[in-house]
Design a protein around this ligand. Sequence first.
Ligand code: FES
Length: 138
Amino acid sequence: MAEMIRVASLDEMTETMAVCLNHRDIPYCVIKSGDTVQAFIAVCPHENKVMNPPLVLDGCLVCPFHKVAFDATSGAVREARNKRLTKGLSPVQTGILAGVVYLQAQIEHQSFAPLSKWQRFIRIFRRFGLRATSLGKG
Ligand code: FES
């Protein structure tokens, strides 16, 4: 199921600053380039940190944490800065209707939702092969 989410008026957006928004806990960023816009899931694939906001520099979205640069048009990695990345930013469909920019939120985007403290805790437990039922047994 897809939802069209209003981002901003195209006139309000600039080419030097990404618009960031959250929808159902999913962080998105949208950047203007001329009369078009590109949107991405605003989660850096290096360490899955939310880029809020990414820096905009020379046609790139730059992660504020370790400065990996992604192409602002495609999301592909432009400058990895010796970081291990297996992919770039995940693109999101956009549309412009009567001068208003929309992005298309998809149910599959839920996999990018930041983990809660408990979810991280459970993930670490599973990584080490532990189960909650094994706790407390001597
Ligand atoms: S978390 Fe984005 S470059 Fe490291």
